[in-house]
Design a protein around this ligand. Structure first.
Ligand code: URP
Ligand code: ZN
Ligand code: ZN
Length: 460
């Protein structure tokens, strides 16, 4: 059935105007004033609301075997939560461990999403080792349309790679026109500092941050940038959390290194005091890189406002407090790292950015949608509102006022990292390729309708 979205204020990364949007099948076919629709067209009145392009989360772990357990969501629950929060596309980290075969891992990760996700998805392919089988496997994966890799400089002996492997991965990525995303923390330093703190009897969640201090992330970022410079590959630092790492990335960029920066919503909203909450409550806020001292939040918001930080993702990696985070009672190094956020990213960025006057509304759309589409080969199919683009749209009610809570969230996890926080807006209607997936703020879509997005390499 065709769909007409009427009377909304269209907001993209570079334009703002009032118009109606007409959708046939899965695509936007007309944009204009007072559009007429044939009988049988479903009409959504967006009067008094914004219409944004579907938001894109470039960093998600819906399926993640990690630290002796599994992240709590499935693609079914994560995608429904994403949609309720305005995210219509996400990029899942495909993370087989060093012990697993890359092609088998890739097939496994695809099978977890296919037929289960309600929104569209793609993958960053993690390279956890580089041996004689790796290059042929990665070539095959790129041919399948997964045109970004992921490397972990952290998580020694599990997901992390050494310098030789990093060099070979980046060299291949340059040849194939693939962008490489990187978790930048020095694995050896983290491991040594963890051992030292534990030996001193410092074993609570509040010691997670001191075990991976800002300098360790800055070193990882500088290290990655140095390898990018040497290989000429294009890179993307994921979940950058602090000012020293930001300086390392921007200094490299000023030297011509092809490096882009992602921050994630927990690092913009929460500081390290959350991880210091008494009674093991702090475990809810353990992620890597860790939540930082408050002064870093201002540096991140400033860099985001100026476009130095390209994108805002979530690093959605949910673990229940009960039974999962609790695995690390008495030893913070055993607390599964990660936080749930896929449902809340857009509303938090809008509220504490746009609504509270810290972020221009076009930069908000750019950081939460358009820039990721451009960097990862999805633009203009995704990330904008234009004739010919996929009809992924978010009708957003800026008049909504509410608070976030585990009691009302869709994410399948037993706590909210943002419990009690106010939000100043919320999606009312969300479409995925022309079909309504969220109506009146509730998921009404089809689980399993989400499509794997094949992307092309970029040789520039
Ligand atoms: O703490 C985190 N970030 N957990 C998920 C895995 C990762 O490093 O992205
Ligand atoms: Zn990471
Ligand atoms: Zn991650």
């Amino acid at each position: 059935m065709p769909l007409l979205i009427k009377n909304g204020e269209i907001l993209t990364a570079d334009s703002r105007y009032r118009a109606d949007i007409y959708i046939e099948d899965e695509t936007i076919t007309r944009i204009g004033k007072n559009l007429e629709a044939p009988p049988g067209t479903e009409v959504v009145d967006a009067g008094g609301q914004y219409v944004f392009p579907g938001f894109i989360d470039p960093h998600v772990h819906a399926y993640l075997p990690f630290m002796g357990t599994f992240s709590k969501d499935t693609h079914a629950t994560a995608s429904q939560a994403a949609l309720v929060g305005g995210t219509t596309t996400y990029i899942e980290m495909c993370c087989p461990s060093r012990a697993e075969d890359a092609l088998e891992g890739y097939a496994l990760w695809k099978s977890k999403a296919e037929g289960h996700s309600a929104c569209d998805y793609s993958f960053h392919m993690s390279v956890a080792k580089f041996d004689d089988q790796t290059a042929p496997a990665l070539r095959e994966i790129v041919l399948d349309g997964t045109t970004s890799f992921k490397v972990f400089l952290a998580y020694k002996n599990f997901l992390g790679i050494d310098d030789e492997e990093l060099f070979r991965t980046l060299t291949l990525a340059k040849e194939l026109g693939v962008i490489v995303t990187a978790h930048c923390e020095n694995a050896e330093l983290v491991s040594r500092l963890q051992q030292r703190l534990l030996a001193e009897g410092k074993n609570g969640p509040e010691w997670h941050e001191p075990s991976r201090p800002e300098a360790v992330e800055a070193e990882g970022t500088y290290h990655f940038a140095t390898f990018l410079a040497a290989t000429g590959a294009r890179g993307y630092v994921v979940h950058l959390s602090c000012e020293p790492a930001l300086r390392a990335a921007l200094e490299a960029k000023s030297r011509g290194v092809r490096i882009h920066i992602e921050s994630v919503i927990p690092h913009l909203i929460l500081d390290k005091a959350y991880a210091e909450r008494p009674g093991f409550e702090g475990a809810k806020y353990v992620m890597s890189p860790p939540l930082r001292e408050k002064r870093n939040l201002q540096a991140l918001w400033d860099a985001l406002a100026h476009g130095f930080i390209d994108t805002v993702g979530t690093d959605h990696a949910p673990f229940d407090f009960q039974g999962q985070k609790e695995m690390g009672r008495g030893d913070f190094t055993k607390i599964p790292n990660g936080m749930p956020a896929i449902e809340d990213r857009v509303n938090l960025l809008y509220t504490y950015g746009v609504s509270r006057g810290h972020l221009d509304i076009h930069r908000f759309v750019d950081a939460a949608s358009t820039r990721a589409a451009m960097l990862f080969g999805l633009f203009p199919r995704k990330g904008t509102i234009a004739v010919g683009s996929d009809a992924d749209l978010v009708v957003y009610d800026p008049g909504y006022r509410g608070t976030l809570s585990a009691k009302t969230q869709v994410m399948n996890v037993d706590y909210s990292a943002f419990e009690g926080m106010e939000i100043d807006g919320k999606p009312s209607t969300v479409t995925v390729r022309g079909k309504i997936a969220v109506r009146d703020g509730r998921f009404v879509g089809d689980s399993g309708r989400g499509r794997f997005l094949r992307r092309e390499p970029t040789h520039s």
